[in-house]
Design a binder for this molecule. Structure first.
Ligand code: IMP
Length: 222
């Protein structure tokens, strides 16, 4: 069995990752189990830079506190995900700043409330017609194995993108983040309306995790 220590405080993300990967992987919420784990500032200008930084620093920290997990049959990895929304009419914004899009105007600390981010996005796109509201969610996942005899801190990186467009008003109550505003290509409902099962079949995260699964079923961390 492969254990994945999921490095995010976003419970929705942990739930999505566990639901997408299913019973072949044991997914554990790393930052819930280790609240004192130091989470690095996500200050890279790419999703992959931030995901790699998170995975490497948390794997290094776990090694430093002497966590012992894993046997020949049980491999343990830190999995860090960095994701966000790119809107063409905004030159790719909010991009790596998706989580604190609204706070960038006020200088407030920490991530912004989803409602504030969505309100800002709608305000910026107020005069943009439907045919120019193209957008995509992107997800990059970085994976670092922990508890190896010789620590190897070079992450494996997997990415996924889901194309769509931005609605004129929020729709639906499911999901998180920008889900109520994002209509995936080929659908007429938002991610928040489509529900977890449909979203997890076509999302950016599902595509990145499909690549991760392929890697494990090839040579992978085995
Ligand atoms: P991260 O936690 O730094 O990766 O920030 C990602 C941010 O991008 C989240 O706070 C959301 O605002 C947005 N985001 C990423 N993935 C999704 C998704 O699947 N649905 C809706 N919003 C998302």
């Amino acid at each position: 069995m492969t254990t994945l220590l999921i490095a995010t405080r976003n419970a929705h993300k942990v739930g999505e990752i566990a639901a997408i990967l299913g019973a072949d992987f044991h997914c554990r919420p790393l930052l819930k189990e280790f609240p004192s784990a130091p989470v690095p500032v996500e200050d890279a200008d790419t999703f992959s830079g931030n995901a790699a930084k998170k995975a490497v620093s948390l794997a290094t920290w776990l090694e430093s506190i002497g966590m012992t997990w894993g046997t020949d049959a049980d491999h343990v990895f830190v999995l860090a995900d960095d994701s966000g929304l790119e809107v063409d009419a905004l030159g790719g914004a909010p991009g790596v700043h998706s989580a604190r899009f609204a706070a960038r105007d006020t200088g407030a600390d920490g991530n912004s409330a989803d409602a504030d981010n969505n309100a800002k996005l709608l305000r910026l796109l107020a005069d943009v017609p439907k045919e120019q509201r193209n957008a995509r969610f992107r997800c990059v996942i970085a994976l670092v194995e922990v508890n190896r005899a010789v620590p190897l801190l070079v992450p494996q990186v997997f990415d996924g993108a889901c194309e769509g467009w931005i609605e004129f008003a929020p729709r639906g109550a499911g999901g998180f983040g920008y889900d109520p505003l994002f209509i995936p290509l080929g659908q007429t409902q938002s991610f928040a309306e489509l529900g977890e099962q449909v979203k997890n079949g076509l999302s950016h995260r599902a595509l990145a995790l499909a690549r991760l699964r392929e890697w494990f079923s090839g040579n992978g961390g085995k």
